[in-house]
Design a protein around this ligand. Structure first.
Ligand SMILES: [Zn+2]
Ligand SMILES: [Zn+2]
Length: 357
């Protein structure tokens, strides 16, 4: 199988964090003979847009992105070339694969050896420390791309690669078992609506926290059993405890950008409950009541995206139809408007860019 690979491509590029991004038509495509062993070139069908892309553009995180930068880390497309002298590649030219946040890990540092490759000491991150998926072609690594099953379309798979993997892993490590109550603040949002579906697929009972009739209808349709509207409730903690047999949730997966949602979770979790800390705000502190954290034997665990295995599992569950991302498809030229809408919290579900458009 061989493909016609152009010399230049369309890409969305951030030159300085203070400037708006530009769409250019003449960004160079790394040619097959230029690929290092282990690298592959992927011709993208789609790329999802994540909040992290906005932080990379704004430069407001404690760690800085490379500049100039092509953002994006929810890409799906076909491998069109693999670097010469690549040995034992698990994928081949023509395979459809996903590009996730963790583009590369060394597989030999201590975190890697312990299966925490997303915290690799030598990690490379798509759309952050290496160019990402807001371009027609992207360079990745054969050992790190995620194979996409035939039954899952590229657009359906895109947001599973970051949003889906992130909530899937957090639920997987939440120390819950079938029949337990899991509390999901922001359940109607981009990450939240996927979390509801993964939790239901894993046999958990969901308490959804969000606001508005539209989000309520969505999360209940996806299988949540209880609903708490954070704008209407007079006492959120009390309502969550009442919804969970009067004892509180067994676990909460909190993706919020403000500290308050995390402190609240410690209050509505039951004895021995687990708080999964998942949000990546630019600046926020987690303050939990120490006395009750101790007396209730609460575990507070950070969970950061997912490793290669988490990605394969999250994709597999979606391919079996258990989890569907609600997204709208837009052309790459609308990325700037998408960032603005994200900043204003106006996006329902996820935005996926059609890279062929
Ligand atoms: Zn992301
Ligand atoms: Zn490593």
């Amino acid at each position: 199988m061989s493909f016609n690979i152009p010399k230049v491509q369309k890409a969305a590029i951030v030159e300085k964090t203070s400037e708006p991004l530009k769409i250019i038509n003449d960004f160079p495509v790394k040619q097959p003979e230029e690929l290092a062993p282990g690298e592959c070139l992927v011709e993208l069908d789609v790329s999802g847009v994540c909040h992290t892309d906005l932080h990379a553009r704004n430069g407001d995180w404690p760690i800085q992105a490379k500049l100039p930068l092509i953002g994006g880390h929810e890409g799906v497309g076909r491998i069109v070339a693999i670097g010469a002298h690549t040995s034992d590649s698990p994928v081949k030219v023509g395979d459809r694969v996903g590009i996730k946040w963790l583009a590369y890990s060394c597989m030999d540092c201590e975190p890697c050896r312990k299966g925490l490759e997303q915290s690799c000491l030598n990690g490379r991150y798509s759309g952050f420390t290496v160019d990402g998926t807001f371009s027609q072609y992207v360079v990745s690594w054969v050992t790190h791309v995620t194979p996409i099953p035939e039954s899952l379309s590229s657009a359906e798979a895109a947001s599973i690669l970051c949003a889906g993997v992130t909530v899937y892993r957090a639920i997987k490590y939440s120390r819950t078992k079938i029949g337990d109550w899991i509390v999901l603040p922001g359940a109607g949002g981009g990450l939240g609506h996927l979390a509801v579906q993964y939790a239901v697929a894993m046999g958990l009972r969901v308490v959804a926290i969000d606001t508005g009739a539209e989000k309520k209808e969505l999360v209940m349709r996806l299988g949540a059993e209880k609903w708490v509207d954070f704008r209407e409730t007079k006492d959120l903690v009390k309502d969550v405890i009442a919804a969970t047999d009067g004892l509180g949730g067994h676990a909460a997966v909190v993706t919020a950008a403000t500290g308050a949602a995390y402190a609240q979770a410690v209050d509505y979790l039951r004895m021995g409950g687990t708080l999964m800390v998942v949000g990546l705000p630019a600046k926020a502190n987690l303050s939990a009541d120490i006395f009750f954290t101790v007396v209730k034997s609460i575990s507070i665990l950070g969970s950061y995206v997912g490793n290669r295995q988490d990605a394969r599992e999250a994709i597999e569950i979606a391919a079996r139809g258990k989890v569907k991302c609600h997204y709208s498809l837009k052309p790459l030229s609308e990325l700037s408007q998408t960032y603005e809408a994200l900043e204003q919290g106006k996006i329902a579900g996820r935005i996926v860019l059609n890279m062929k458009d």
